[in-house]
Design a protein around this ligand. Structure first.
Ligand code: HEC
Length: 313
């Protein structure tokens, strides 16, 4: 049964087990949990299905877009349409993060070109394929799982199992701009992303101070938490708290932190920052005298450059 043609239900196998997890936590509104039943089989498992994904939020489309390192011949003209479930969209708009339970649907359509005297351009002809991406770290150890419903020649099967990691996940992890998702190709999500938030929990992956590598054993004890306009930095047991103010219009983007508790109480440190998805780079001038102009440190300065990775929500 071609479920794409009728927008019917898609079943994602192995997503839920009947005794674990509250369905409401994972299943956003458009997904519904079914009790295991004989017809659907598969030993005590329940599955989620995506219903009416064409009523979800449409995030973007592409034409002939693919990574193939120039090896393969270009295939037939193909459009892709991507949808996100509305609950995940709302959370993303507020937090800039995809919540557990996020589902994306990617639908492909054959492209056709018009080269008539009075009609030109490309449009989408019949639908060809269908796949899904699901974020659920309790179910899938890698965090995201990918499903293909395409069943050759425009046919779609109604159920799918998670694909092999090398088939889908690896490329998404390496090339997707944000949390395995290709937001670089989704203008709707880029527009929805909250402006320049650095909210979240950040762990330094690399740091240097005054032209020298910062000792790993200290770096590993550092944690930065930003919530609203407050920051908390813990270094081992020492806690430094205060306010953080962003100026995203500055070039490079500027950030001021003012300590209210702990070693930097009453002190303002000027910094520059740059965020790309789950990576945040900050260069501070710990002397408190000025603001760094580039993401570099030099001997004889108190410039402190840190590359943070966001702890996965
Ligand atoms: C070589 C890279 C690559 C591989 C491998 C790959 N994808 Fe993707 N995927 C993309 C790109 C690029 C996009 C952006 C959408 C587009 O192409 O228009 C995307 C988007 C998606 C989306 C929309 C949500 C998102 O994460 O951005 C889904 C769903 C998806 N792919 C499923 C799959 C499935 C299922 C497989 C494995 C069968 C797979 N992908 C393998 C590159 C890849």
């Amino acid at each position: 049964m071609g479920c794409y043609a009728s927008g019917r239900n898609l079943w994602l196998d192995g997503w839920f087990s009947s005794h674990q997890s509250s369905p409401t936590r994972h299943c956003s509104i458009p997904l519904q949990l079914r009790k295991p039943n004989a017809r659907l089989g598969s030993r005590g498992r329940t599955r989620c299905f995506c219903q009416n994904y064409r009523e979800w939020i449409f995030v973007g489309s592409s034409l002939g877009l693919r990574y193939d390192e120039g090896k393969k011949q270009p295939g037939p003209l193909e459009f892709k349409n991507v949808y996100i479930d509305p609950v995940a969209y709302r959370v993303y708009r507020q937090t800039g993060m995809f919540p557990e339970g996020t589902v994306f649907i990617l639908e492909t359509a054959r492209g056709e070109e018009k080269k008539e005297p009075d009609l030109r351009g490309s449009f989408q002809k019949e639908f060809k394929g269908l796949s899904a991406a699901v974020k659920d770290k309790e179910r899938f150890p890698d965090g995201w799982a990918y499903f293909t419903f395409s069943d050759g020649l425009g046919k779609t099967k109604p159920r799918a199992r998670p694909a092999k990691k090398t088939a889908c996940y690896d490329c998404h992890r390496q090339k997707g701009a944000e949390d395995h998702v290709f937001t670089q190709f989704y203008p709707v999500l880029r527009a929805a992303r909250p402006r320049d938030t650095i909210e979240g929990t950040w762990l330094p992956a690399a740091a240097e101070l005054g032209g020298k590598a910062f000792p790993d054993e200290i770096r590993k004890t550092i944690k930065l938490v930003v919530k609203d306009d407050r920051y908390t930095v813990t270094v081992g047991k020492q806690v430094d708290q205060g306010t953080v103010k962003l100026d995203p219009a500055a070039k490079p983007k500027a950030l001021d932190i003012t300590g209210t508790e702990g070693p930097n109480k009453g002190k303002t440190i000027r910094a520059i920052y740059e965020r790309d998805g789950d990576t945040l780079r900050v260069c501070y001038d710990l002397s408190g005298k000025g603001r760094p102009t580039e993401f570099k440190t030099r001997a004889g300065t108190q410039l402190f450059l840190v590359t943070y990775r966001r702890e996965k929500p």
